[in-house]
Write a protein that binds this ligand. Structure first.
Ligand code: HEM
Length: 433
């Protein structure tokens, strides 16, 4: 460790996991924390920040000591009445991500019904055609904003196709508006005004989703909505329409920005490593592995949150009942204690049993879908766009200010339209440019 590094014990040490510097590259400071303060109390906030793989795994796996239920937080305040009594908020209150025990098992059954292996497999051809449609829209320009014109659109459209919404329909466009509003409503950084505006928009569009549910009940199809409506009928207590809608909203929130950011991070890492880009393009068999490495190397989340159920300890440090714990999955994924040369991006790396998609009860229900989205979508991009290049510098990439996820706000790229060229042709094009 160089003498220039300011250690966490030094009063000059500043750790702000929301700052633009952290967004650009959180890994140097995460490495300092892992080595010198693996259980770090964030000054003035009272929460603990866990950066080692072993502690992250422990907090995620031990349900008897840690929970995702935010009402257990020592500083928990009920939301203001204009929010808590809002029909959309009431519907979202039985949220899969914060539910525990039997209630979680019950809601999870509903979400699993929607994302069965069969449903995901069924999406494979849809993914190929959606990737082509999005590329068709910008290919002739020889450049695009990859984050805005591809990465942000692809995952939401996949969920809407998964629901059986016809492509390029008015309903698909309205569904995109609904999804955008859900993401805003879940973002604690938004102003109260923005939140109320998005809640209003959600209320309007929700009626349409209810209509779609009725249509699927009358005319079942091979889609997520049909599976969810039937799951409602299959359980002992039955699922209410609000639970179905709430689960759908959770799937939108959990599955859209995470995957969008991973698509952009995947593009960035491939651009930074031309040899691996060539491998990814020429050898489709390595793409599934590459998808796992993209999510490990640049995890799109900031941290997961858990609360202590009683006084306890972790890594030898005391934890108060109700204390909040930030579990840094990005840091756990770069922990040299469990992964060799963790800062190296290597799409051929033997897949590591990382915590990218969570562990235990809340393990990501869309993990298989997300990996397939990265494999198919990035595969199409590298096959159809030759001589891919970033416009500007990697250091200049701007990031979104979202407290839950980390990812580029904009990613301008340029390319030569057309199927990829051979290495020699690419080389000669580069020389003549
Ligand atoms: C690269 C993309 C993704 C990453 C990195 C990711 C990561 C995660 C992680 C870490 C968790 C655990 C949360 C916790 O323990 O608190 C989680 C849960 C979840 N994810 Fe994902 N996810 C991704 C994509 C998706 C997709 C595509 C969907 C669905 C379309 C999805 C749906 C869910 C749901 C519903 C949960 C909650 C499960 C539960 O609480 O039982 N995710 N995800």
């Amino acid at each position: 460790m160089s003498s220039q590094v300011i250690l966490p014990s030094d009063p000059r040490f500043i750790f702000n996991p929301m700052s633009p510097e952290y967004d650009r590259d959180p890994y140097p400071i995460l490495s300092v924390l892992r080595e010198h303060a693996p259980v770090y109390e964030i000054p003035g906030f009272g929460a603990l920040f866990l950066s080692c793989h072993a502690h992250v795994v422990e907090a995620l796996s031990d349900e008897s000591r840690f929970s995702g239920d935010r009402m257990l937080w020592e500083n928990w305040q009920p939301p203001p009445p204009e929010h808590s009594e809002h029909p959309v908020i009431r519907m979202l209150s039985s949220n899969l991500l914060s539910a525990e025990g039997a209630e979680h098992t019950r809601l999870r059954k509903l979400a699993s019904a929607a994302l069965t292996r069969r449903a995901v497999k069924h999406l494979d051809p849809l993914m190929h055609s959606l990737a082509d449609e999005l590329i068709d829209a910008f290919i002739e320009r020889g450049g695009c904003d990859f984050a805005k014109e591809f990465a942000e659109i692809f995952p939401v459209n996949i969920v809407s196709r998964l629901m059986g919404i016809a492509r390029d329909s008015d309903r698909e466009r309205r569904f995109k508006t609904l999804a955008d509003s859900v993401v805003v409503a879940f973002n604690p950084m938004c102003s109260e005004e923005e939140k109320l505006h998005s809640l209003h928009s959600m209320t309007v569009h929700m009626e349409e989703v209810r209509e779609l549910m009725e249509e699927k009940r009358a005319n079942p199809g091979e889609d997520l909505m049909t599976d969810m409506v039937h799951a409602e009928d299959d359980t002992d207590r039955g699922f209410t329409p609000d639970e179905i809608l709430g689960t759908l909203m959770t799937i939108i929130v959990a599955g859209s920005e995470t995957t969008a950011n991973s698509l952009s991070f995947g593009m960035i890492e491939l651009l930074k490593h031309p040899d691996q880009l060539a491998r990814f393009r020429d050898d489709p068999a390595c793409r599934a592995n590459a998808a796992a490495e993209i999510v490990r190397h640049q995890h799109p989340g900031r941290f997961l949150i858990r609360y202590a159920k009683s006084d306890t300890e972790i890594g030898g440090a005391p934890v108060r009942k109700g204390q909040m714990l930030f579990l840094s999955v990005p840091s756990a994924n770069r922990d040299p204690a469990v992964i060799e040369d963790p800062d190296r991006f290597d799409i051929l790396r033997t897949p590591h049993d990382s915590s990218s998609f969570g562990i235990g009860r809340h393990f990501c229900i869309g993990a298989q879908l997300a990996r397939l989205e990265l494999d198919v979508a990035l595969g199409h991009v590298v096959e159809r766009l030759a001589n891919l290049e970033l416009v500007g510098s990697f250091e200049g990439i701007g990031y979104r200010s979202n407290p839950a996820v980390r990812g580029p706000a904009s990613l301008p790229i340029r390319f030569v339209p057309g199927q990829h060229l051979g290495a020699a042709e690419e080389d000669s094009l580069r020389r003549s440019a």
